[in-house]
Design a protein around this ligand. Structure first.
Ligand SMILES: *[C@@H]1O[C@H](CO)[C@@H](O)[C@H](O)[C@H]1NC(C)=O
Ligand SMILES: *[C@@H]1O[C@H](CO)[C@@H](O)[C@H](O)[C@H]1NC(C)=O
Length: 416
């Protein structure tokens, strides 16, 4: 290499590294009951802004919302069929002049809408609090004429596929690292964290960015072209003992879902988990009682327990068996551990049920990890490395996804 070539290579590498901005964005996450859906909210519009509430969905490619819920439609720009934007939407349609998009709706019938652009406004962050507003001048989404039967306007696309998931539009516009992280709150009274981009890390007290970061474990995501986030469980453990499963049952991987409330398992996996769990639960004095399928309003939980004496003088769910999912890590297997708050639900004062659902003999996906299991974990999807990172349950560190830095705790205060 000539000296000049070397210099150019050096400068372009340097430029590549420094051009990637460190900026990070933070949006709120709320929980809706009884639907158990998680949604975020931000402003849409230029002249008159509307606070749009959108269900988080890891499989939706293009955000859609009921535009009748917007206060002003005057700043919406329709996208023509001939535009490059329309052409880069797989499965696009055309109504003669304007671009259309029809897509599956995680909560109902498929939705057809016109593809539009408008300004989206949300907040930057230092990893802890929301700092100042920024806008994406041309946020692309689809304007449906129907909404959800919830007080929520539509669905935020977070899939790994295509050009238009929200995280990709944000990270491309601001030239930040293509990743996002979710920390789902467990109650409707709390607000969780939805981060986009950033190298700052996540400040959820008592964790801080550099001195005491949230410990995270990495596992690869497979087959993201499918438009889904899929991890590859190698085994499942109950109180440290692996379930004896036919390995082919786990081959399809486990999909991560923010719309499914309870993890759904193929029947054989469910049965193996339920019997191992029951065995351990009986050892600590719980007794099996009929499932709660017949109680209206409950997901049909098939495996339930009367807590008996085991409950006395112990913290909520303290002696519930621990479930772990074994996953490929950097050097061998890593374990994603779930304690009682994420494995059972209380259905009656002294009755708890295994918070997993039997998905039948031949479901489309053998395992779908749902939100009861994800809440109060920090879950990061890094599309630059195609890896997912998960924390321990924040509850095991005496904190939760709804913990926020107090207003006073900042550097200038610390120096005083
Ligand atoms: C999203 O896009 C991917 C890749 O084009 C496609 O396979 C998938 O079916 C799409 N998903 C939805 C929900 O439209
Ligand atoms: C930090 O705290 C001080 C006083 O407690 C306050 O005046 C200042 O505005 C805070 N800075 C930020 C960035 O929040």
């Amino acid at each position: 290499m000539s000296g000049l070539t070397r210099l150019i290579v050096f400068i372009s590498m340097f430029a590549f590294i420094t051009l990637m901005s460190e900026a990070q964005y933070l949006l709120p996450i709320m929980k809706h009951e009884p639907s158990k859906q998680y949604y975020t909210a931000f402003d849409i519009g230029s002249a008159e802004k509307s606070y749009a509430t959108l269900v988080l969905d890891l499989e939706t490619n293009l955000t859609w919302l009921n535009c009748r819920e917007l206060k002003s439609l005057s700043s919406l720009r329709l996208i023509t069929c001939k535009s490059s934007t329309c052409k880069s939407i797989p499965g696009n349609g055309c109504d003669g002049k304007y671009c259309l998009y029809r897509q599956p709706n995680p909560l109902g019938k498929p939705v057809t809408g016109r593809v539009v652009q408008d300004k989206a406004t949300f907040s930057t962050t230092d990893g802890g609090r929301q700092l100042s507003e920024v806008s994406l001048p041309r946020f692309t989404f689809s304007c449906a004429t129907q909404g959800l039967s919830l007080p929520i306007a539509g669905v935020l696309g977070l899939s790994p596929a295509g050009e238009f998931p929200f995280w990709r539009q944000v990270t491309r516009a601001f030239n930040v690292i293509p990743k996002f992280a979710l920390c789902l709150p467990s109650s409707v009274f709390d607000v969780g964290h939805f981060y986009v981009g950033g190298v700052n890390g996540y400040i959820i007290p008592p964790f801080s960015c550099s001195s005491n970061p949230i410990p995270m474990t990495l596992t690869p995501l497979k087959n993201i072209e499918s438009g889904k986030y899929i991890i590859s469980p190698t085994s499942i453990y109950v109180d440290g003992v692996p379930l004896s499963l036919n390995p082919s049952l786990l081959e399809g991987g486990a999909k991560i879902s923010t719309v499914v409330p309870y993890t759904v398992l193929q029947t054989d996996i469910y049965n193996a988990l339920a019997s191992a769990f029951t065995l351990q639960a009986k050892k600590v004095g719980m007794s099996e009682v009929p499932g709660m399928a017949e109680f209206p309003g409950f997901t049909p939980f098939k495996t339930c327990f009367e807590e008996g004496g085991s409950r006395r003088n112990v913290e909520e769910f303290m002696n519930v068996p621990v479930i772990e999912i074994g996953l490929p890590g950097r050097a061998g297997e890593v374990k994603w551990r779930f304690h009682g708050a994420n494995t059972v639900v209380r259905v009656l004062e002294t009755v708890i049920c295994l918070a997993f659902a039997d998905g039948g003999k031949k479901p489309t996906e053998p395992m779908v990890i749902g939100t009861h299991q994800l809440q109060d974990y920090m879950i990061e999807f890094d599309l630059s490395t195609t890896r997912m990172a998960f924390s321990d349950s924040l509850l095991s560190h005496k904190t939760s996804c709804s913990a926020w830095p107090s207003r006073r705790q900042n550097h200038s205060h610390m120096m005083l």
